[in-house]
Design a protein around this ligand. Structure first.
Ligand code: ATP
Ligand code: MG
Length: 386
């Protein structure tokens, strides 16, 4: 990609109301743009990052045997009335007369499954999608961390027995740990309340960050946490940490399936309600959380797995075309006619893992520098391509 062609360009100043690093840096870098509170456009660079995050999640979900699909966002009031959540979740759900906007999909999944489920032979079912969620958030602040409209991967699993359910729940927990590791984050598995979803405890995946809105108590012996909202221990035995919730998994037992009449015929011929769970990761929040962790005073420092481009190629004195053509697609080429200082500042702000410079001074070599280090190396194109 030629930087001269990219929409839009970087901005010198952060929005006046921006406090969180992700808000300042993603807006200045031209990754995201705010339409109104809690409502963001993912610009071409931001969309590339989210696409990489999405692909990592997809690979790990598929590895658990889950199947990707896509469900509607405009939901009929009737299915939400079946569980009572049309009323109990009215604060979070945007509601029209006879429709509601998706803030999650449990009811829609159960309505779907009951049309297709007959016997234990049809189970387990593991289905997921990536789509928009709408939530009437009282305080949509913190940049892209809290949207009124945001992207989420939500997986739903249905099982014939409690045993099979918990086995898969554990498998998803492990898949989540792999996902967060692949995007460069250390997460703390945290026990938490279930909000408008369930009276059962749930597991959240929390990333320690001073900008986080959650407070968790971490047990130094196990490294696991308990969310402040359900914490009943002795404060002195735990480490109190501020954190960002990046994922959450839920066990519902047969609560929702009984309410919605989602039964199957078991081996012994009797009808039973299915065991049900759901599993969410917000891709856009995840992008914001990564920036909260990986930045310095100059800009973003993307982990390689989610960077919009691996290389940021700075061409000086009209140089760089040859190298650009050899490097393939994973390179952002700053081919503009502006000062070296401006180009270097933009490379630091945008945060691609490796900065390359080609100029009159570098001759037939290329100057290479990692975004997270000060060391500069002179290398030739052949060893770079290696
Ligand atoms: P929070 O407590 O932060 O409001 P939540 O517990 O209500 O979040 P869940 O219903 O557990 O959120 O949603 C699953 C995942 O979706 C979260 O772990 C987070 O990654 C993401 N998410 C939830 N709400 C938002 C939001 N308003 N903006 C962006 N991502 C969100
Ligand atoms: Mg949650």
């Amino acid at each position: 990609m030629r930087y001269s062609q990219l929409f839009p360009k970087t901005k010198r100043d952060a929005p006046k109301d921006a406090v969180a690093a992700n808000h300042k840096l993603l807006v200045r870098g031209g990754y995201i743009d705010q339409l109104m509170a809690g409502s963001w456009t993912l610009l071409p660079l931001g969309w590339r990052v989210v696409a990489k995050i999405t692909q990592i999640i997809r690979e790990e979900m598929n590895a658990t045997g889950a199947q990707e699909m896509l469900m509607p966002l405009l939901h009929p009031k009737e299915v939400w009335e079946e569980t009572g959540r049309w009323e109990s979740a009215a604060e979070v759900m945007y509601q029209l007369d006879n429709f509601g906007l998706a803030f999650t999909h449990e009811e829609v999944v159960l309505d779907l499954v009951r049309k297709h489920l007959e016997s234990y032979l049809d189970l387990p079912i593991k289905i997921y999608h990536f789509s928009t969620k709408f939530r009437n958030e009282a305080r949509a602040t913190g940049g892209i961390l809290r949207g009124r409209e945001f992207l989420m991967k939500d997986l739903y699993s249905l099982h014939a027995s409690e045993e099979d359910f918990w086995k898969y729940y554990e498998e998803v927990k492990q898949a989540y740990l792999k996902i967060f590791k692949r995007v460069g984050l250390d997460v703390i598995v945290t026990e938490a309340a279930g909000g408008v979803f369930t009276g059962n405890h749930t597991h959240e995946f929390q990333v320690a960050a001073s900008s986080g809105e959650d407070v968790i108590y971490v047990d130094p012996k196990t490294g696991t946490g308990i969310n402040k909202e359900i914490f009943a221990g002795e404060e002195k035995d735990y480490k109190k940490v501020q954190a960002i919730e990046v994922g959450n998994i839920f066990s519902f037992g047969t609560y929702y399936s009984e309410k919605m009449g989602v039964d199957f015929t078991d081996k012994d011929g009797t009808k039973k309600p299915v065991w049900f769970g759901s599993y969410g990761i917000g891709q856009t929040r995840l992008m914001g959380a990564i920036v909260e962790i990986f930045h310095d005073d100059k800009g973003i420092i993307w982990p390689g797995s989610v960077a919009p481009f691996k290389y940021h190629l700075v061409g000086l004195n009209g140089k760089g075309e040859d190298v650009y053509k050899k490097l393939g697609d994973d390179v952002l080429f700053d081919d503009r006619d502006v000062s070296a200082g401006e180009k270097f500042a933009d490379a630091d702000l945008l945060g691609c893992p490796i900065r390359l410079v080609v100029s009159d001074k570098t001759g037939d070599k290329i100057e290479a520098k990692r975004r997270d280090s000060e060391a500069i190396k002179l290398i030739d194109i052949a060893s770079l391509l290696d």
